[in-house]
Design a protein around this ligand. Structure first.
Ligand code: AP5
Length: 210
């Protein structure tokens, strides 16, 4: 299955992508995680992306499109993949189509803005592997050491209150139109993402028919 996860920042795309990749046996490709890794390693890509990311803006389409084009060529994508955080604009979705990438489903995880704000202010992430935690729904260990990889668990720079608000504005303006793009092609499914992590997974698997 070639799957896209759509949804606002903090809707739970990364959380569900980690769970679904185990259940479906296909890799997750997160442009956010790839870009954060590049920033951490101070690569040319990371140096270019950092300012956009820290202020909650989208990184230019050309940069992320080339990341995805390269990543989808790898062998582990032959039996399917989960795209988390891509496409994020109509030109990114069109680039997938122009590149001949078939998409089976775009699954929207729907969460209201007020819930997003509280989620992102409680979020913590592993600096090593990117695994998401939350101070209430998925608390990190007291020592802030990630049980998955031993990395340090931190607060993301773009989870500051004013940046969260800007990211939501960017989402509504530039990413939400993708619902229409995939809806018109009969590929859009939506699940309520406000009822806890396990229930969201159950709804997602039901919507995907697996
Ligand atoms: P990216 O990393 O993709 O950030 P995002 O879309 O803003 O998504 P988040 O990672 O914030 O949220 P999520 O939906 O994955 O939620 P999560 O599972 O963590 O992108 C970061 C930046 O990179 C962008 O701003 C941009 O600059 C750049 N970028 C990336 N891709 C790009 C692209 N294609 N084009 C251009 N620029 C791009 O969950 C959030 C919290 O809630 C966690 O604490 C989690 O534990 C908790 N939680 C999750 N689900 C539930 C639930 N059901 N109930 C209760 N709590 C839950």
């Amino acid at each position: 299955m070639n799957l896209i996860l759509l949804g606002a920042p903090g809707a739970g795309k990364g959380t569900q992508a980690e769970i679904l990749k185990e259940k479906l046996g296909i890799p997750t490709i997160s442009t956010g995680n790839i870009l954060r890794e590049a920033v951490k390693n101070e690569t040319p890509l990371g140096l270019e992306a950092k300012g956009y990311m820290d202020s909650g803006k989208l990184v230019p389409d050309a940069l992320v499109i080339s990341i995805i084009e390269e990543r989808l060529k790898k062998d582990d994508c032959k039996n399917g993949f989960i795209l988390d955080g891509f496409p994020r604009t109509i030109p990114q979705a069109e680039a997938l189509e122009e590149g001949g990438v078939h998409i089976d489903k775009a699954l929207e995880i729907a969460v209201r803005d007020e819930v997003i704000v509280s989620r992102l202010s409680g979020r913590r992430v592993c600096h090593g592997c990117g695994a998401p935690y939350h101070m209430i729904s998925c608390p990190p260990p007291a020592d802030n050491v990630c049980p998955k990889c031993g990395g340090e668990i931190i607060i993301r720079k773009d989870d500051l209150p004013e940046t969260i608000k800007h990211r939501l504005d960017v989402y509504h303006e530039q990413t939400e139109p993708l619902k229409g793009f995939y809806g018109e092609k009969g590929k859009l499914a939506a699940v309520n993402g406000e009822n806890g992590i396990e229930e969201t997974t159950r709804l997602a698997l039901e919507a995907l028919g697996v």
